[in-house]
Ligand binder design. Sequence first.
Ligand SMILES: Cc1cc2nc3c(=O)[nH]c(=O)nc-3n(C[C@H](O)[C@H](O)[C@H](O)COP(=O)(O)OP(=O)(O)OC[C@H]3O[C@@H](n4cnc5c(N)ncnc54)[C@H](O)[C@@H]3O)c2cc1C
Length: 459
Amino acid sequence: MTEISTDELNAAINGEVVTSGVEGYDQGRAIWNGRFDRRPDVVVRCVSADDVKAAVDFARTRGLPLAVKAGGHSNAGHSAIEGGLLIDLGPMKGISVDPAMKTARVEPGVKWGEFNPIAEQHGLATPGGTISTVGVAGFTLGGGSGYLTRKHGMAVDNLLSVELVTADGRIVRASADENPDLFWGLRGGGGNFGIVTAFEFRLHEVGPEVLAGQIMHRLEDAPELLRSFREFMANAPDELQCYPFFLRIPPIDAFPEEFHGQVVLDFVVFHTDAGPDGEAALRPLIELGDPVISAVAPQSYSSVMEAFDAGLPAGQRYGSRAHYLTGITDDVIETIMTHAAGMAGPFTVAYLDPGGGAPSRVDPSATAFPHRDAAFGFHIISGWMDSDQDDEVSAWADAFHQAMSRHATGGVYVNLLGPDETDRVRAAYGDNFERLAELKKKWDPDNLFRSTYNVKPSG
Ligand SMILES: Cc1cc2nc3c(=O)[nH]c(=O)nc-3n(C[C@H](O)[C@H](O)[C@H](O)COP(=O)(O)OP(=O)(O)OC[C@H]3O[C@@H](n4cnc5c(N)ncnc54)[C@H](O)[C@@H]3O)c2cc1C
């Protein structure tokens, strides 16, 4: 590790400047995925945009490698860094909701599980993810999709403005009217162009309750069920979302003992309306086949997003592999059946993510996020505990991912790329890549923000 004299930083920062051995260092550097146990030379725990600016200036003027951490859920470990300076935005937790304007201002240390209950007090929400521990910041900058997306769009479609610190240490605002080129790039281009210190979102009336839950089926029934599901989803309203998950039932009392350790097909269902309309829309799925567990009930939107939190605990070892698919053909179903049964890793899940709805009605060049017409996303989160299982679990996930590539569009959601997939970054940005590279040249010509799914400055 490099010895960094922190006196100057300390003088400029209102938050904390911590180095190895100092309280707060481990909390500051830790991210969700335990595979990225990296030790920066210094962690700057920022409490304001001015802190972020001071840290950026410090790193730039000394040529220090820099990484930025918000919610810490980067699948590629970009928010962890060995040596250099880590900007931890975690302490920036400000949230303010304007119920009359239906907008919210959110600071970058906020996680979805912290934001949702506050917006919910006003009967409002904006599209967040499927896991409450994910950070608003990284999620939004990559695109952001979840239960409300088919109805209300991606997170980037609901972003009204941002404040950010640029590579040269300016604090600027970007919106449709101010720095519109930058605003375009921030809506899907990740952390390549600056450090966002506040997001302004459009909110929507949601709830107070939605209809949601899980319907689990035996794996052997999955082919027929998936064929019915694809017909059902083709005509489903935007208010409805259903993710078919494949997961191994954990050996806990909440599940019947005979299913402990079994891989099941779990329809994770959601409808924005907890009343009769939602129930009628979900009924064909609820009545499908012969489920082993069926629990669908009115509940708050924020509690829906917490359903998978415990199944993906922080600090374990995780991998990520993803595609976009053109559809769920019989070949896709066969490929899933070949690989799902041998699912490796106690926290592993694989799921399909239906597209369509509001995002598909936005032009792919309107924001940096390009994958507007993909019929389905496909994602494997592999999760395990010990490093001696790294090879076994990764080999299973890679074989599954490779087999699914026959059915894929070639594109991939940037937020789901693994650390070893730099060769897929261009595919992740699709036809918007060149424009992003031009933008990078303008806003970060020396590539200070390179601990990202990196777009290099053009030329
Ligand atoms: C368990 C799990 C579930 C997920 N579920 C979903 C889902 O349902 N839908 C979905 O769309 N995605 C999902 N994702 C992907 C998720 O959106 C990305 O991992 C996202 O980058 C996480 O954001 P974060 O702030 O938590 O992560 P971080 O690790 O803090 O940041 C991720 C990246 O964004 C950069 N960054 C963070 N904050 C800023 C900022 N303020 N300014 C500039 N750059 C910044 C970081 O430098 C890093 O490169 C999931 C990921 C995981 C691990």
